[in-house]
Design a protein around this ligand. Structure first.
Ligand code: E4P
Length: 221
């Protein structure tokens, strides 16, 4: 599974990339506007901390076909391993189809149902981003994503599911268990999964025992 970080915070990406195997970074217009930075600042800061093989995803803002296509070409030309995120409106689906004919790398986003995702997959989208938490707020999001994975498999479509919109580690756990090929998760949610207080308590117990017995906190004398 590919793990992406859903953030405009380059420092958070740099920190987590030291600890975990991070495949890249996703953003959306809301994440960028909340960062109080321009899109260019976010891109430059991310580009500085990402290795060339790590992927970056930026989303189109235009909602008309020509506008989406202009932004898609611009975004995909920014660096290697650059993907454009296009929402799956009818116009967005049209743009995804043409973007793939042009050889652009595409993630279909703002997905609220397995069917929307399936149609984007038929148009050749590389990744499909179902908004898991938002789907769970409306119905059985986990079942929809499970259906999607099965629908892609049964129909021989290569698009990868990149589950998105996570609010807690349990949701991430469920999607990994289902076999989603990718997930994009906010750094704060990842840290709740990485920093287990019980693991730290166990390590502290080892340290105390060693120090009491040997008078030091390192293995070798
Ligand atoms: C992914 O890139 C999506 O844009 C994002 O995960 C949406 O998350 P939200 O539901 O927290 O806005």
């Amino acid at each position: 599974m590919e793990l992406f970080l859903d953030t405009a915070n380059a420092q958070a990406v740099a920190e987590l990339s030291k600890v975990l195997t991070i495949a890249g970074v996703t953003t959306n217009p809301t994440i960028i506007t909340k960062s109080s930075k321009t899109a260019k600042q976010v891109f430059d800061e991310m580009n500085a901390v990402l290795a060339p093989e790590q992927k970056m995803f930026l989303q189109t803002v235009a909602t008309d076909f020509d506008g989406i296509m202009d932004e898609a070409r611009y975004i995909c030309g920014l660096r290697e391993n650059m993907y454009v995120k296009i929402p799956v409106t009818p116009t967005g689906l049209q743009a995804i189809k043409v973007a793939k004919q042009e050889g652009l790398k595409v993630l279909a986003t703002a997905i609220y149902s397995a069917d929307e995702a399936f149609f984007a997959a038929m148009n050749g989208a590389d990744y499909l981003a179902p908004y898991l938490n938002r789907m769970c707020n409306l119905g059985d999001g986990i079942q929809q994503v499970s259906d999607l994975i099965e629908m892609l498999d049964n129909n021989g479509l290569d698009s990868k599911v990149c589950a998105a919109s996570f609010k807690n580690g349990l949701q991430v756990h469920e999607l990994i268990r289902l076999g989603a090929q990718a997930a994009t998760v906010p750094p704060a949610v990842i840290w709740t999964m990485v920093k287990n207080p019980n693991t730290q308590i166990a390590v502290d117990e080892f340290t105390v025992a060693w120090k009491e017995t040997f008078g030091r906190t390192t293995f070798a004398e």
